[in-house]
Design a protein around this ligand. Structure first.
Ligand code: SF4
Length: 433
């Protein structure tokens, strides 16, 4: 029996921005009559939205492409995303790939796919410094959150990073269009929005607006109960933003700051825009204005130049800060980056050991933070789903909370007193009186 509707399988790798962009591409494909199906079901079209943050990410991209080509020999196979922008020809050489789209052409995915497989792969990618367009995107996460893309690209060119090449320079849509997207989320029952982008503190470069004005405008959208700011470069987090979040009912006391190294010599080698003193100032300013704020911090271990004493100095600095969690990344060599000019290379075993030490520190910080919140009343947005009779959600200040399952609490906010740790210490148990 012939299928009535054309079907598409989408595989997304990498960050939340990629997931939001896959959702936007799907919407455009739906307008062309496509319906999304799960991997393994019959499909006419396969899309692989790739990531290129590390060498391992590139490998995963290639494995996923090969897997889909094998699974769907008759389907049209299109590849986009950061790896497609950085290495379009490498992908075009994989037998079975029909279309490779760089960053500027994702918007045209629906127009460029064809009904049957191509004899030769079509590659459409502009030069890395000519990426200009903005693909508006907003996706529903797997729980209760929506991810709203407010900005794309980056002008910072940190020594280890290929993102400015893969995604182009910083650009953004205007505030009015983002407010309209937030209103749509509210109309669809969304309660929480995470503002995502690559370097969102540079918001406004394309429109003459700024990030503070954006959050002030979004704060007025009725129906959205909570916003989180995905990640903010420390040098761009202003006192005004901190003060605004502190008094806002909707912007959560939750910050995510990419420090990357806790030692100034390393920060210079990384080409970051600040020294650790500024970072410490920001952390203390947040904690002064919002003593219960959750602060997550990104750190890279094992970049070239990271001698043992520099790592240890950075680790001690991190230990001294009132932060709540670390997101630890192991450095990966990326072709074309300035970091490759640094002679000193960190041995793999040392990288692993440093990563382990920082993961341990992170867990210690998280437990300390959770402990400090036990006995406090916080608003908790519960997620859909039941696990062993329990349900889970996150407080405004990003504590994972466990409660006995109640259907009427799914996707709803409850103000509750937080109690002790649950069994595996991954959450605090809600005190129900
Ligand atoms: S700020 Fe640095 S690490 Fe972040 S995307 Fe830009 S260049 Fe990469």
């Amino acid at each position: 029996m012939k299928k009535e509707q054309k079907t598409v399988v989408i595989q997304t790798l990498g960050c939340k921005l990629n997931f939001a962009e896959s959702a936007a591409m799907l919407q455009l494909l739906e307008q062309k009559g496509y319906r999304q199906v799960k991997m393994g079901e019959e499909a006419d079209l396969c899309i692989i939205n790739t990531c290129s943050v590390t060498e391992t990410a590139d490998q995963k991209d290639r494995q996923t492409i090969h897997k889909l080509v094998r699974m769907y020999p008759q389907a049209f196979v299109a590849v986009c995303g950061c790896y497609a922008q950085l290495k379009p020809q490498e992908i075009a050489n994989i037998p079975g790939v029909d279309l490779v789209l760089g960053a500027d052409f994702k918007l045209e995915m629906a127009e460029l796919i064809e009904d049957k497989k191509r004899e030769n792969c079509l590659v459409k990618a502009s030069a890395n410094d000519e990426i200009k367009r903005f693909l508006p995107a907003c996706s529903k996460g797997n729980r209760t959150r929506f991810f709203l893309k407010v900005q794309d690209g980056c002008d910072y060119f940190c020594a280890y990073c290929t993102v400015p090449y893969a995604r182009g320079r910083s650009r953004n849509p205007d505030i009015a269009s983002l407010v309209a997207q937030a209103k749509e989320v509210a109309e669809n029952g969304g309660k929480e929005i995470v503002l995502t982008g690559i370097n969102i503190g540079t918001f406004g470069k394309s429109t003459g607006e700024n990030f503070l004005q954006l959050i002030q405008a979004l704060d007025q959208v009725e129906g959205i109960e909570r916003y989180r700011i995905s990640s903010m470069e420390p040098d761009l987090l202003s006192d005004e933003m901190i003060a605004f979040v502190a008094q806002s009912k909707r912007f959560a006391p939750h910050f995510h700051l990419p420090l990357q190294a806790g030692n100034n010599e390393m920060l210079d080698l990384m080409g970051r825009h600040y020294h650790r003193e500024l970072f410490a100032e920001k952390i203390h300013a947040i904690k002064k204005a919002m003593p219960d704020a959750f602060i997550g911090v990104d750190v890279i271990v094992g970049m070239r130049g990271e001698k043992e004493e520099l790592f240890e100095d950075g680790r001690q600095f991190l230990e001294s800060l009132p932060i709540s969690q670390l997101h630890v990344f192991s450095y990966s060599e990326r072709p074309g980056t300035r970091a490759l000019n640094i002679d000193y290379k960190v041995a793999e075993k040392d990288k692993k050991q440093r990563s382990r030490l920082l993961h341990e520190l992170s867990e210690q910080k998280r437990l300390e933070f959770y402990r400090s919140q036990s006995g406090k009343k916080r608003s908790v947005l519960f997620e859909h789903g039941k696990k062993n009779g329990k349900m889970y959600g996150f407080s405004d200040n990003y504590i994972r909370v466990e409660a006995p399952y109640r259907k009427d609490w799914e996707n709803s906010t409850q103000t509750l007193c937080l109690g002790n740790f649950n069994e595996d210490k991954s959450a605090l148990i809600a005190k129900l009186s």
